[in-house]
Design a protein around this ligand. Sequence first.
Ligand code: PCA
Length: 329
Amino acid sequence: MTTTGRTALAVAFSFAMTGFAMTGMAAAQTAWDLPTPYPASNFHTKNVVQFSQDVEKATGGSLKMTVHPAGSLIKHADIKRAVRQGTAPIGEVIISLATNESPIYAVDSLPFVATSYEAAKKLYAAHRPALEKRLAEEGLMLLFSVPWPPQGLYSKREIKTVDDLKGLKFRTYNPIIGRIAALAGAIPTQIEVPDLPTAFATGRVDVMITSASTGVDTKAEDYLSHYNDIQAWLPRNMVFVNKAAFDKLTDAQKKAVLDQSKIAEERGWKASIEEKTIKTNALRAAKITVQDPSPELKTGLSKIGETITSEWVATAGADGKAILDAYRK
Ligand code: PCA
């Protein structure tokens, strides 16, 4: 090697070292925006924030996520597409919002199929493989999934039978609830949580099915008086990632994301169980009448649930039936 050659090599080496040092400080840091649909105060959002902080810590600050709550960065209806397209590498949605894309996304929201945490856990175990498969077809990967507390019926007066729902404007957050409303002779309107207070205040809706959590988050006592604890289903959110973005992470970063996802899922289920009692009591404290459904209401809603479940089985085919069979085993 000539002297010039050696010098050139030394220069190249020193460049490489500078590059390396810079990467170590800044360039190796991956920053992910994480859009979510629900308010910052909600237990799901808090869990996701904790997840992001834990991942940051576990990766020595090399993977940093910024959680954007309440649809502030991307609206709920657009989050899944944004993650698919990579506009946002990671996000959170309620799974059943995507029911029209595939019946696989509706499993956890079938009325009166799984109405307790224990049942919801079993249903999740039966659902997860098909859910992951479907997400993979879209270039997506499931990280973790946490249920909302059981879904109850909110109204402005006592609802004693399904007939009492006739003609009312029924707020929905997925197509399955739209079907419940239609079967009850009510008028479905899709509205996201951040828009609920205005929708009720301006008379765009009269009734809704949601959790005690969302009732408290949206100050239901300002526009509603009754909460019927029908425990219809426990819908799940999912935190999911663009697979190509995940694949770009280092092995250590991948491991941190997967480990913390597992922890976040366990923490989320626990928080949801606690949330159910805390927020139902908070509704009572806010002077909302919390009641159990009358036998007539129960029977009427169960019939609607059976219709919807058989309709679902018809569209979901063998894959759908296999999930319910595995769940009921
Ligand atoms: N709250 C969310 C989804 C389910 C729930 O309990 C909502 O009302 O949109």
